[in-house]
Design a protein around this ligand. Structure first.
Ligand code: G3I
Length: 359
């Protein structure tokens, strides 16, 4: 069911929410915010592509399919187009699930955004066990990127390098790729291999916590300068935007405006707004949801305020709460615009209003 209904939380759901959110024993039925009326299709009210992440298993869930067809025009594979899925221990590559996702996007007139080619967090056995008497590490690296980007030629773009900046912003992350192929060189090499495989794809660097760690944003921007100076075919800048309901007003707008100074397309690439991570244990459910709605609205308004040429896509990292990685991390969280039945939450209504206002 993807309709909406006006409802407060039935008793059974209180036990789930009462944990991490530290909800006081208030009268939640009076406290619970009435659910918004049906929201219009987000992809129609927004003057730029609206996306979502996807897992192949969701393609077999008719409720997810209806929600995705209604609201989004671009899909980002959440994990099945990464090395962790594609690269087998013997070095062979498997594409069954990313192929399904690519076919679904094509059949439904949606853009496919490739995610992610090179990531510090993934160093598959297939590379660690490489027989370098037969193929060099660098050649295997190039071959992998060419095979994946070439297979999905026509994708709107790729996260070529994901999360290269250190957690605290103090320099760049160490990784298998950096140690084998050079701190900056492995990144330039990845962009060049991707560009050779699909000259029309918009090639992105992508990172997170840019809104909340000024040093990380500075280092990210310096890295972008270095890559451009080194001649990397870097075409776009990703701002993941995994934030929480306590995000300071204006932080998102300042971050996007700073990144926009390069004049390149911006992908707000992985938006979700955690309630649990807001660390407001005494806040009631409605107060947290109102704060969350405000953050979604600011994200949409800040992105919509970018120059039209720089609005690549506005991507949600999950449509329904149960689809979210954050809920897999903490079952009490409710980070995305629709609830588990596909009903629009206050965040969805706020998002739709803000997207509609983005001329
Ligand atoms: O679906 C399988 C399940 O069948 C299996 O039993 C289980 C245990 O092996 O794994 C399940 O797949 C997991 C998948 O999430 C779906 O839950 C993968 O192991 C797990 O690695 C994967 O995690 C993803 C993570 O990136 C690593 O790829 C998350 O879904 C995904 O939300 C997260 O997304 C990242 C972005 O790529 C980069 N930015 C941060 C963001 C959040 O961490």
């Amino acid at each position: 069911m993807t309709g909406t209904s006006s409802r407060a939380f039935p008793p059974s759901r209180r036990l789930v929410l009462g944990g991490a959110l530290g909800l006081a024993a208030c009268n939640r039925r009076a406290d619970a915010q009435a659910w918004p009326a049906e929201v219009p299709p987000l992809k129609h009210v927004a003057p730029f592509p609206v996306g979502s992440c996807v897992q192949a298993g969701q393609l077999d869930d008719p409720d997810w399919v209806v929600l995705a067809r209604t609201h989004v025009s671009q899909l980002t594979p959440e994990w099945e187009m990464k090395m962790e899925y594609i690269v087998q221990d013997d070095g062979s590559l498997r594409f069954d699930r990313p192929d399904r996702i690519a076919a679904f996007a094509r059949e439904n007139g949606m853009r496919l955004f490739g995610h992610a080619l090179v990531w510090y967090a993934q160093k598959p056995e297939g590379f660690l066990r490489l027989d370098e008497s037969r193929v060099s590490f660098g050649k295997a690296y190039d071959n992998y990127i060419a095979a994946v980007v070439g297979r999905y030629r026509g994708a709107s773009g790729w996260d070529v390098v994901n999360e290269a900046v250190a957690e605290d912003g103090d320099g760049w992350r160490d990784s298998l790729w950096a140690s084998r192929l050079g701190d900056l060189d492995h990144m330039v090499r990845a962009f060049r291999a991707a560009k050779a495989a699909d000259p029309d794809a918009v090639l992105f660097i992508n990172d997170y916590n840019l809104e909340t760690i000024p040093r990380k944003l500075e280092t990210y921007m310096r890295l972008i300068d270095r890559l451009l100076a080194a001649g990397a075919p870097l075409d776009g800048i990703g701002c993941q935007t995994h934030v929480d309901a306590g995000l300071a007003e204006g932080a998102l707008e300042r971050t996007l405006n700073a990144l926009a100074r390069f004049g390149l397309p911006i992908h707000l690439s992985e938006l979700d707004v955690s309630l649990v991570r807001a660390r407001r244990p005494l806040a009631g459910r409605s107060a947290l949801e109102a704060a969350q709605a405000r953050v979604y609205a600011e994200a949409a308004a800040a992105f919509a305020a970018l120059p039209r040429s720089q609005r690549f896509a506005f991507t949600l990292w999950g449509l329904r709460d149960g689809d979210s990685w954050l809920v897999r991390e903490n079952a009490s969280d409710r980070p995305v615009p629709f609830d588990n039945t596909g009903a629009a939450k206050p965040a969805a209504a706020a998002l739709a209003r803000a997207l509609a206002g983005g001329g």
